[in-house]
Design a protein around this ligand. Structure first.
Ligand SMILES: [Zn+2]
Ligand SMILES: [Zn+2]
Length: 290
């Protein structure tokens, strides 16, 4: 959806393509928001009434629902397409792990309030990608000041996965069941919370991760980015650096630290001390400019 007033957009779309080099433009980008055909997945569906049954096009087209509940449809649509079922080869919603295998990296585009991190799908996809690919968190419109201050104070910024939302209760249940099988929701929260926190510049959450399952997951992370731009004048002691928490990333090979505009950061040596102890690290980059 276009911005109502393009002049208020934080991104200048008319010139942004010119900023990228040819290699970047020649790369393939898989955009989650466009790449799943929702007409074969969720449109016109009612998660209360259909319960996996075959529906006629008329049932999918109807809004409000005529399957029993009479409620307004969550994603009303006139197409009436048949939906593929979970587990079906053509079902597009449960294939994210296969997509990730083909990707070089995952970029998670966050909103200023971090409401993105209250969606069960988003956290699940982040956790899957973290197992083998670089995950980068970006906030094009900047971090909302209250969230930035929560981050600095070490208050949790990622919603516990069991309190997260999903449009479909079935999806939510399937994801949570899988997480329970893979090590449990508590370990999942510690793992994802640590990595999101680190991505946004804080080591505090990583410091708190203590369960065997969480530590095991953290040992599987190979490529890490720490962006200090959301706390550009913070004291790194307050953000949990200098206590060797990074050592929990026992399989880390590559680290990049983003710090443009961070010339007022205090106690930067704490970060260097932590990095110097990472025996598996093969490469480390500090980016001082955009
Ligand atoms: Zn449709
Ligand atoms: Zn219904």
């Amino acid at each position: 959806e276009p911005w109502e007033d393009p002049s208020t957009s934080p991104i200048d779309f008319s010139t942004c393509l010119e900023k990228f080099d040819e290699a970047m433009l020649a790369s393939t980008y898989w955009l989650c928001i466009f790449a799943v055909n929702e007409h074969f997945s969720i449109c016109g569906d009612c998660w209360d009434c259909r319960e996996g049954k075959e529906w006629s096009p008329r049932m999918f087209k109807a809004d409000p629902c005529i399957g029993g509940c009479k409620k307004a449809k969550f994603n009303p649509c006139k197409c009436g397409s048949q939906k593929h079922a979970a587990g079906d080869a053509a079902y597009e919603i449960d294939k994210f792990d296969q997509v990730v295998e083909r990707m070089e990296a995952l970029v998670v585009s966050l909103d200023p309030e971090l409401a993105t991190l209250t969606r069960v799908w988003v956290l699940a996809e982040v956790a899957i990608a973290l197992r083998g690919k670089p995950v980068r968190f970006r906030i094009a419109e900047g971090l909302e000041p209250r969230k930035a201050s929560a981050l600095r104070q070490g208050q949790s910024i990622v919603t516990p996965v069991q309190e997260c939302e999903a449009s479909s209760a079935d999806d939510r249940k399937r994801i949570i069941d899988q997480i329970e099988q893979d090590g449990g929701c508590k370990a999942f929260d510690a793992y994802v919370g640590s990595m999101v926190g680190l991505g946004l510049g804080s080591c505090v959450f990583l410091g708190r991760a203590a369960s065997q399952e969480a530590l095991k997951a953290l040992r599987g992370v190979g490529d890490v980015e720490i962006s200090l731009v959301w706390c550009p004048d913070a004291d790194l002691a307050q953000l949990g650096f200098g206590e060797a928490h990074l050592g929990k990333l026992a399989g880390i090979r590559s680290l990049s630290v983003q710090m443009p505009g961070c010339d007022r950061i205090q106690n930067l040596q704490l970060l260097f001390q932590d990095v110097a102890k990472l025996s598996t690290l093969e490469g480390c980059a500090f980016n001082l400019k955009e």
